[in-house]
Design a binder for this molecule. Structure first.
Ligand SMILES: NC(=O)c1ccc[n+]([C@@H]2O[C@H](COP(=O)([O-])OP(=O)(O)OC[C@H]3O[C@@H](n4cnc5c(N)ncnc54)[C@H](O)[C@@H]3O)[C@@H](O)[C@H]2O)c1
Length: 349
């Protein structure tokens, strides 16, 4: 399927530093349009891709697409979260495949509407689950698949940051700090990544959750800077647990974790994995870059493009990524509900 043509919508940090370099390296995809409400961002994009047209909004781009039926096959949405739902719906209605940054949408009812639309459209809707493709996370998945620790029954996952990421919109409000735009603080920003990772590593279904959202350092922010969540999974092998600790209120920038199975464990130390199994000597796998290094990862995004292509071409089952995204949204929503009830234990649907 050579040369699928797409528009990037939202030409901010992640689009120009994380997505565009990966798209430019592909022979099987072509970026043929850029859309952004900001003139400065459109101008910057035009410097990077001088022959590619820009539009102020998706509607204009779709009008052009209607006039020239061959313009677009897909869109790549990298705008702030509160805009995702309307943009996805418009793109699917226009008969386009959609790749969209996380969080896919902010409300369960929006996800449900997109689910029905997807069935009718026969198109692909894929959320950017790029952390799965970080070299250290790919290695964890590979070790689990090859049985390096047996059946995984416990995951601890820690994300430490010294503050929220910045936006390109200098002088304007940082959307990450506005709950109407972001859907929440670090729970949404990093929790979404953490949830799809543990859904990949643990067999079974989440059955219970309890969570607390706190303002440890940034008391004046309208969103939480720290999130703690415990998720229990039920599986034929018994109860499995996940403990997440995510914070913007640290002096450190670090990712770490522990993945424990019936036969061993994997210690995640940001730039290395240490695998311990039975009485065998521990195996250490060092990585060139720490998991916490940088915020934009064209090399991880390249694998996301492969995943997108696999679903478009039918090489991988339709809708799996969408179901994972819905599960992440459900876990985030239930975490908020649990926290609002003082960290109460809630059953998962
Ligand atoms: N997967 C990851 O690792 C990762 C990393 C960073 C950001 N993200 C996600 O990517 C998205 C964008 O984040 P960012 O850091 O690039 O934000 P940003 O603020 O840097 O950029 C957003 C851009 O979207 C434009 N925009 C806003 N509303 C628009 C609309 N309706 N139509 C067209 N353009 C519009 C803005 O002008 C801006 O240029 C968010 O959903 C965020 O969660 C994901």
């Amino acid at each position: 399927m050579p040369g699928l043509k797409g528009a990037i919508i939202g030409l901010g940090n992640v689009a120009l530093e994380g997505h565009l370099p990966a798209w430019k390296g592909r022979k099987d995809f072509r970026v043929v349009a850029g859309v952004d409400s900001s003139k400065e961002r459109r101008e910057l994009f035009s410097k990077l891709l001088p022959d590619v047209g820009t539009f102020e909004n998706l509607e204009e781009c779709l009008v052009r697409n209607g006039r020239d039926r061959s313009l677009l096959d897909f869109v790549d949405i990298a705008t702030p979260p509160h805009t995702h739902f309307a943009l996805i719906r418009a793109a699917l209605n226009a008969g386009l495949h959609v790749l969209c940054e996380k969080p896919l949408v902010l409300k369960r009812e929006d996800a449900a509407e997109l689910g029905s639309l997807l069935l009718r459209s026969g198109k692909v809707l894929m959320t950017v689950h790029n952390w799965k493709f970080a070299p250290i996370c790919r290695k964890i998945s590979e070790l689990i698949r090859e049985g390096a620790v047996g059946d995984v029954n416990r995951v601890e996952w820690y994300v430490l940051r010294s503050g929220p990421a910045v936006t390109t919109l200098e002088g304007k409000e940082n959307w990450r700090l506005n709950p109407e735009m972001s859907g929440g603080g670090i729970l949404v920003d990093h929790g979404w990544h953490a949830f799809y990772l543990v859904l990949e590593w643990l067999a079974g279904r989440p059955s219970k959750i309890f969570a607390t959202l706190e303002k440890r350092q940034y008391g004046d922010l309208p969103v939480e800077d720290t999130a703690k969540a415990r998720v229990e999974f039920t599986s034929p092998g018994g109860v499995k647990t996940v403990d997440l600790f995510l914070t913007w209120a640290s002096r450190l920038r670090k990712n770490s974790g522990l993945i424990e199975g019936t036969e061993g464990r994997i210690h995640v130390e940001d730039d290395r994995l240490i695998v311990v199994k039975g009485s065998s000597p521990a195996r250490t796998f060092p990585f060139e870059k720490a998991l916490s290094a940088g915020s934009h990862h064209p090399d991880w995004f390249d694998f996301v493009i492969d995943e997108f292509l696999a679903e478009i071409s039918g090489a991988s089952p339709a809708g799996q990524n969408f179901e994972t995204a819905r599960a992440c949204l459900e876990l985030i929503e239930r975490s908020k509900e649990s926290s609002a009830k003082g960290g109460a234990e809630l059953a998962m649907a």
